[in-house]
Design a protein around this ligand. Structure first.
Ligand SMILES: [Cu+2]
Length: 270
């Protein structure tokens, strides 16, 4: 009886360790992500897939490029990857959007992560978005691109706001949580970009942000928040503390020389 228990224990241990290492080997890099579009860059013989955390929305979207050899299907883990979003407006005008290109030419777990802050939704009476993705076949020494059609929806709650100053500057403010926000202290980023031209939307690095989360329905805030401060490229990192589930409102005051702009984002914590 005792022997049986011991051997069962050994088999269980073996099974567990086996299944653990299996998980590590078979981990799927796009698990939990949504495929947005794909196409083949013919000259570079490279299949380009674009994945995201969810369907695209007006706001800051993390995009993951996944490259593979169009013939063999094997992952390509080294390439220049560049995102160039372009919106063709029904009015005839066209413009780009703020972009964070992948920072490395080495894939992270076969993915090249970057981001686009879509500043308008697509729609039949508004216009349409395309994403040009530039890649480079290092072996063939060929640069190429694909052009993908995107659908950008209006999110249930506003995730990007823009405002203009008297001086004619346009600012685009968006936010991003590294992980789905939950009750407790959450890492949180605010992004501020400006419009330099229709093609160029650089990050703005010299804002000071004061943050104040509130539960409007209950009339209280929360302690232990860290107002976002500038890290790089118009990204401001802080911490927001949601002390309970429900509707929260993150008040932000953005200041820069004479400019002081107050705005807020509503977010539901479940
Ligand atoms: Cu537009």
């Amino acid at each position: 009886m005792k022997l049986k228990l011991i051997s069962t224990g050994i088999i269980m241990t073996l099974l567990l360790s086996f299944s653990c290492s299996e998980d590590e080997i078979q981990i799927n890099p796009t698990e939990g992500l949504t495929k947005i579009a794909e196409d083949v860059a013919i000259n570079a013989n490279t299949k380009v897939e674009i994945w995201a955390d969810e369907e695209l929305f007006v706001g800051y979207n993390t995009l993951y490029a996944k490259l593979s050899d169009a013939t063999t299907g094997e992952s390509i883990t080294e390439s220049m990857v560049q995102f160039i979003p372009m919106m063709s407006m029904v009015s005839g005008m066209s413009h780009s959007a703020p972009v964070d290109n992948p920072t490395s030419e080495q894939a992270v777990n076969t993915l090249f992560p970057g981001a686009v802050n879509f500043i308008m939704p697509s729609g039949t009476d508004i216009g349409s978005w395309k994403l040009k993705v530039k890649v480079r076949n290092e072996i063939k020494d060929v640069e190429d691109f694909v052009e993908l059609n995107l659908n950008v929806a209006v999110p249930a709650k506003v995730r990007m706001q823009s405002f203009a100053t008297d001086g004619g500057m346009n600012y685009f403010v968006s936010y991003h949580f590294a992980k789905k926000p939950k009750v407790g202290v959450n890492d949180f980023k605010v992004m501020i970009h400006t419009k330099q031209s229709m093609e160029s939307f650089p990050g703005v690095t010299d804002f000071t942000i004061a943050m104040d989360p509130e539960m409007p329905s209950m009339g209280h805030g929360s302690p232990n928040n860290v107002s976002p401060t500038h890290v790089s490229n118009g990204h401001y990192a802080g911490k927001v503390n949601f002390t309970m589930t429900g509707d929260w409102r993150i008040h932000l005051t953005l200041s820069k020389s004479e400019l002081a702009k107050e705005l807020y984002f509503d977010i539901d914590i479940d």
